[in-house]
Design a protein around this ligand. Structure first.
Ligand code: FAD
Ligand code: SF4
Length: 399
């Protein structure tokens, strides 16, 4: 027997549930350590070994061109567009493009399984990662579970089942660890469908966010920070509640976001084959970034189900970002009337399309840079990728 027949990881043991993870408080609970692939954690963990550039080269055959403004912000790409399903999937987060691609891949036999996350029976927001093998199982995973989710915890089952063609749906930190162990999974083909991700929380943090922000926290079935500068909550009875970003109780919410997300610089899921989000698109539309040929192959499967339009960009974000840095730092909360007024003004004259996406990236990268610098100064240089340093350098930061 050679070491190829018996790779070393198979002798490793998953860490016990609830035990401290190697990344300590920075762990995003991506699920890798719940499997024998914990063997690779020092190299693979997004919070122990930031290696986006190198993995971009392995996944897309090149790293992003930092002199191309779109690649600097949104990563390696062949094309970007705004899109929406002609017939939205009821109950999906947006129009259901992610679920639609996954269903086509299963129905056409392109993959044998899809790693995605359903919810537990007891809790609509409690994450339960699965390997879906039917369209029904993919549909049961639709809508965001807005909490840290151990999607990679099912990877050991993939290798044990002998599956050879797999689609993984996930957020940036999950996908970075996945790419780092990709060659060990025994697959012939891996497809990766990513979503952007920011400001994620533990389940307890989510409860605090809902209780601090919504009038009826127990009936929320869905929420999103939308391009109109408001948080939209959808409730069980179908009603919508909106709260302006500028009215969020930043002083109470400062500690709610997971430390992993406060130190993350992979908002746009740099290593996925295709990314489906919303923030670079006009209100009501989704935003798609095709990174490589595999991503294009995935998009082609749903071309007849979607309307598309070119991406647009309007406004100038920079002054708003610069002003928000000290305000966030001091935990300033505006009175609700002022927040609403500011929301209306910003929506009328503020950044739209790709400029809104840049606004959100700049605001989060500057905040996260400060957080990392203050809390993990020894990690700062290696942990912040070059593209993020260039983005942050545009602004004046407090110490
Ligand atoms: P659906 O068809 O409803 O499918 C959603 C898919 O997401 C499912 O397949 C499910 O497996 C997967 N999923 C759900 N929860 C998680 C989770 N916690 N971890 C990993 N996978 C999960 N887009 C932006 O443009 N800007 C953002 O700031 C942004 N923040 C996000 C934060 C989080 C925590 C998540 C999970 C997503 C975020 N997105 C963001 C992506 C966006 O909200 C939508 O998920 C995306 O546009 C797909 O919509 P859809 O209707 O096509 O998805
Ligand atoms: Fe392990 Fe993932 Fe946590 Fe890193 S983020 S310590 S790989 S579970």
């Amino acid at each position: 027997m050679t070491s190829v027949d018996f790779p070393k990881h198979k002798k490793a043991k998953a860490l016990k549930a609830g035990s401290r993870r190697p990344a300590k408080e920075l762990c995003s609970e991506c699920g890798l350590c719940d499997t024998y692939y914990v063997h690779y954690v020092k190299e693979a963990c997004a919070f122990l070994n930031q290696q986006i550039e190198q993995l971009e080269e392995e996944s897309h055959s090149r790293s992003r061109n930092l002199d191309n403004p779109d690649e600097l912000y949104f990563g390696v790409q062949q094309e970007m567009m705004a899109a929406r399903k002609k017939q939205p999937i009821p109950g999906a987060q947006w129009t259901g493009i992610v679920s639609a691609i996954a269903i086509e891949m299963l129905n056409r036999g392109i993959v044998e399984g899809v790693v995605c996350v359903q919810n537990t029976k007891e809790d609509r927001f409690g994450p339960m990662p699965v390997i879906a093998k039917t369209a029904e199982e993919v549909l049961a995973a639709r809508v965001n579970k807005p909490t840290l989710s151990p999607n990679l915890s099912v990877l050991e089952q993939v290798e044990k089942s002998g599956m050879k063609r797999l689609l993984v749906i996930g957020v940036g930190c999950q996908i970075q660890a996945l790419r780092a162990v990709e060659k060990q999974l025994g697959l012939e083909k891996l497809y990766v469908l990513g979503t952007p991700c920011v400001d994620n929380v533990t389940r307890a943090g989510l409860q605090k966010f809902l209780e601090t922000t919504s009038k009826s926290p127990d009936t929320v079935v869905h929420y999103e920070f939308m391009q109109d500068f408001r948080v939209h909550f959808k409730h069980e009875d179908g009603s919508t509640e909106t709260v302006p970003f500028f009215g969020l109780k930043t002083n109470k919410l400062k500690d709610v976001f997971a430390p992993s997300c406060m130190s993350c610089f992979d908002y746009v899921n740099s290593l996925a084959d295709i990314v489906v989000g919303y923030m670079g698109a006009p209100f009501g539309w989704q935003w798609i970034v095709v990174r490589n040929d595999r991503g294009k192959e995935m998009l082609d499967l749903v071309q007849d189900q979607i309307d598309t339009q070119a991406v647009m960009s309007q406004g100038n974000r920079q002054a708003a970002v610069q002003q928000s840095i000290p305000a966030y730092d001091k935990g300033v909360t505006l009175p609700m009337w002022a927040a609403k007024l500011m929301g209306v003004v910003i929506e009328k004259i503020g950044p739209k399309g790709l400029e809104y996406a840049r606004f959100s990236i700049d605001s989060h990268f500057t905040r996260n840079y400060l957080y990392t610098k203050r809390n993990y100064p020894e990690k700062l240089d290696k942990h912040v990728p070059e593209f993020a340093k260039r983005i942050v350098e545009q602004y004046q930061l407090p110490d």
